[in-house]
Design a binder for this molecule. Structure first.
Ligand code: GLC
Length: 705
């Protein structure tokens, strides 16, 4: 191995080879997403997706089974950076053990619209929560010497025409919302790579946007890794190199030739090539392959399965639990309705899907989870799914997570439902949805809305089970919000399990029986209807114009995304940002706020209920309306308590840097912390504020980005 290879030792051809991914005929491991090229004895560094677990596509000869963790929106629902860091470390280990040097994750775009097809792969509508969870994830992955790659930089919040659409967004909104998670992760976790996005930003492809990739990312934030393109992104490799996109993926021999010719013709200064070649060379030297690590091809999947379970357990959000309908008694007799008990979705589709060693659907999880499942009823569902999907479908679902429209749910008659109500203690209705890369969800029945047959199923089960005083629980196995207001009053409890990974069924069973006390909270608002979403106000705001083939999308709502919008304009959500119930109850006491060079916030959280549990305490700040119009409040800190037994207290101490209170003033090109009165608002959710305290800043503070 050329241990001390330097850029100045390389020819122009060799330097350009470092800037372009290995084309198909050069590839070593075809199941990965891509590799760097073999230059002067340097190893080819393999790259793999995806944010829910290492994805190496199986082939007839070989599989690379890897743990299917809960999807990122569920990791964010834990609000537990320590746990997410452990998940990141486990994924990094599995990448390393399979010879992968670069993990193409996490995705940290913002949940601007609940119908974005990749929201399952992203963390939140709030930039602070997204950024802090990303920091934990990246630190975990890179702790084992594998590169993490926060993506897609930037303003890629829809799948519709993602490779060509031009995102028009003002600089304040960009910096306060869409760039902020990337800024936080670059400054606090130092990722070794960043992936630029497909879309244009204010007229220029992000992979060709020097303001974004060089001025902001490097000169302002101090990023010192490499920028790689998304796969096939942009339309001009010369502009990409000039802008600071160091590595063009997946790469082709044609691009290599084009860049060499451009240098020879004086169209591209060799200084740009040297700059990126030096960065890529340094990047390669950080990877396990360069350091001579020999892949074991035997990742510790057994150990990591426990972590997949724990992460899913902490990401479940209890949305409703009337009259303590949950938890059920162990050995309770359960009538399981809905084909989602069999067609459970463990993860999302596209580059973010997974190939685990096994997968536990909800039916199997309940069978083995201490509940007595009504086997006659479930066998009706199993046969129905097989008849409608074919025998090998379940295998395909297990391996490929094939997308399919939800099956009609008219599987059992009302008389049958009544019979199952008579012989069971409770009904559990599973509603499953999926989404994926390359397409956005639709505001239609069967996607954002229930189908008519799903609605009928909930109505009939509710009527028959409630007639006999039996409980009805709905399990939401969905990638991002669906409509809930029109039917939630028909049921006693609602458990949101998102796309929970390979341990899905076990987690659902353990939440139902109380072995897991749900402690997750919403990282994204459940609006009453998708039409309440600010971006839904006009087609130019989403998915863009012309409507049949969008070329331009305007972020019309500015900084008013998610709870920032609903709070500002007094719009009631179905379930607010930060919301989540528990089987126990928590009280908040003794708030103290002190100001010196930062804002120090302390308070106590007490478990006043009868179950052990964890609480996610959130700290919002209401800033004075200075020269800029501002959100009512913004999340500035949060903390998940340790497990508190009934009566136990956790004393929380949080610090907010004064600069984090700033808004960005486009006209002045400055971050500004206004002088005036601020309010600290400590709560169990963005709308369940328990303690408040005010403080005053006597002087305005301003600073350059
Ligand atoms: C895709 C995705 C990106 C992924 C890459 C490699 O198009 O946008 O998230 O990492 O290609 O598979």
């Amino acid at each position: 191995m050329s241990r001390d290879i330097r850029v100045e030792d390389l020819s122009l051809e060799e330097k350009v080879q470092l800037l372009v991914g290995a084309s198909w005929h050069l590839r070593r491991i075809h199941g990965t997403a891509g590799e760097t090229r073999p230059v002067r004895g340097l190893p080819m560094v393999a790259m793999a997706d995806g944010p829910s677990g290492i994805r190496i596509e199986p082939n007839p000869i070989r599989r690379w089974p890897a743990t299917a963790f809960p999807v990122p929106i569920m990791l964010a629902s834990t609000w537990n950076p320590e746990l997410v860091e452990a998940v990141g470390r486990a994924m990094g280990e599995e990448a390393r053990d399979y010879g992968i040097g670069v993990f193409l994750a996490p995705g940290i775009n913002i949940h601007r619209h609940p119908l974005c097809g990749r929201n399952f792969e992203y963390f939140s509508e709030d930039p602070l929560l997204a950024g802090k969870i990303a920091v934990a994830y990246v630190k975990g992955v890179q702790s084992v010497g594998v590169a993490a790659t926060p993506k897609h930089f930037a303003a890629n919040e829809q799948e519709t025409n993602r490779t060509t659409v031009d995102t028009i967004v003002d600089e304040r909104t960009l910096r306060e919302i869409y760039l902020k998670p990337f800024e936080i992760v670059v400054k606090e976790a130092k990722p070794w790579a960043i992936m630029s996005s497909y879309n244009k930003l204010n007229g220029k492809y992000t992979s060709q946007n020097e303001w974004l990739l060089t001025k902001v990312l490097r000169e302002e934030w101090g990023f010192d890794g490499i920028v790689m393109s998304d796969w096939g992104a942009g339309d001009n490799p010369i502009e990409q190199v000039k802008a600071g996109n160091d590595l063009i993926m997946p790469g082709s021999d044609e691009i290599v030739s084009r860049l060499i010719e451009a240098v020879k013709r004086g169209e591209l200064s060799e200084d740009y090539v040297n700059r990126s070649a030096a960065r890529v060379l340094e990047f390669i030297k950080r990877t396990p392959a360069y350091k001579g690590y020999k892949p074991t091809n035997a990742p510790n999947l057994k150990e990591h399965s426990k972590l997949a379970y724990e992460a899913a357990a902490e990401g479940v959000v209890l949305l409703k639990n009337n009259n303590e309908a949950l938890p059920l008694n162990t050995n309770a007799k359960v009538a399981l309705f809905g084909t989602g008990q069999i067609e459970t979705n463990r993860g999302g589709l596209g580059s973010g899907h997974t190939h685990p060693r096994y997968f536990i659907n909800i039916l199997d999880g309940l069978r083995n989870g201490g509940l007595r499942v009504d086997e006659e009823l479930s066998s009706i569902y199993v046969n129905y799914v097989k008849e409608n999907r074919g025998e090998d479908y379940l295998c395909a679902l297990y391996y490929e997570e094939a997308y399919s429209e939800p099956l009609p749910q008219d599987v059992v008659s009302e008389e049958q439902v009544r019979k199952y109500a008579e012989r069971n203690d409770a009904a559990v209705v599973v509603i499953s949805r999926n989404s994926g890369e390359g397409w956005d969800r639709r505001a239609i029945k069967g996607d954002y809305y229930l189908t008519d047959s799903e609605r009928r199923l909930i109505e009939v089960v509710s009527k028959q089970f409630h007639a006999l005083g039996r409980r009805v629980i709905v399990v939401l196995n969905v990638p991002s919000p669906i409509e809930v207001v029109s039917w939630r009053d028909l049921v006693d409890a609602i458990i949101l399990v998102w796309l929970p990974g390979q341990e899905a069924g076990r987690v659902v069973a353990d939440v139902l029986t109380g072995r897991i006390n749900p402690s997750g909270k919403l990282p994204t608002t459940f609006p009453r209807d998708w039409s309440d979403v600010p971006a839904a106000k006009a087609v130019e705001c989403y998915p863009g114009t012309p409507p049949d083939n969008p070329k331009v999308v305007k972020y019309c709502e500015g900084v008013y995304v998610g709870y920032r919008y609903y709070d500002k304009y007094g719009i009631e959500p179905a379930y607010e940002f930060g919301f989540g119930l528990s089987y126990t109850r928590f009280e908040y006491r003794n708030l103290r706020v002190t100001i010196d060079d930062s804002v120090k916030v302390s308070f106590d959280v007490i478990n006043v209920g009868k179950y052990p549990g964890k609480e996610i305490a959130q700290v919002y700040v209401k800033a004075p309306q200075g020269s800029l119009d501002k959100p009512v409040q913004e999340l500035k800190a949060f903390k998940k308590t340790r497990l508190l037994n009934p009566g136990e207290v956790d004393h929380i101490e949080l610090t907010i840097n004064i600069k984090e209170l700033a808004s960005f003033n486009d006209a002045k090109g400055l971050w500004i912390v206004d002088k005036g009165e601020y309010e600290v608002r400590v709560g169990a959710s963005s709308r369940d504020i328990r303690l408040t305290s005010k403080f005053t800043l006597n002087n305005e503070i301003s600073f350059k980005p």
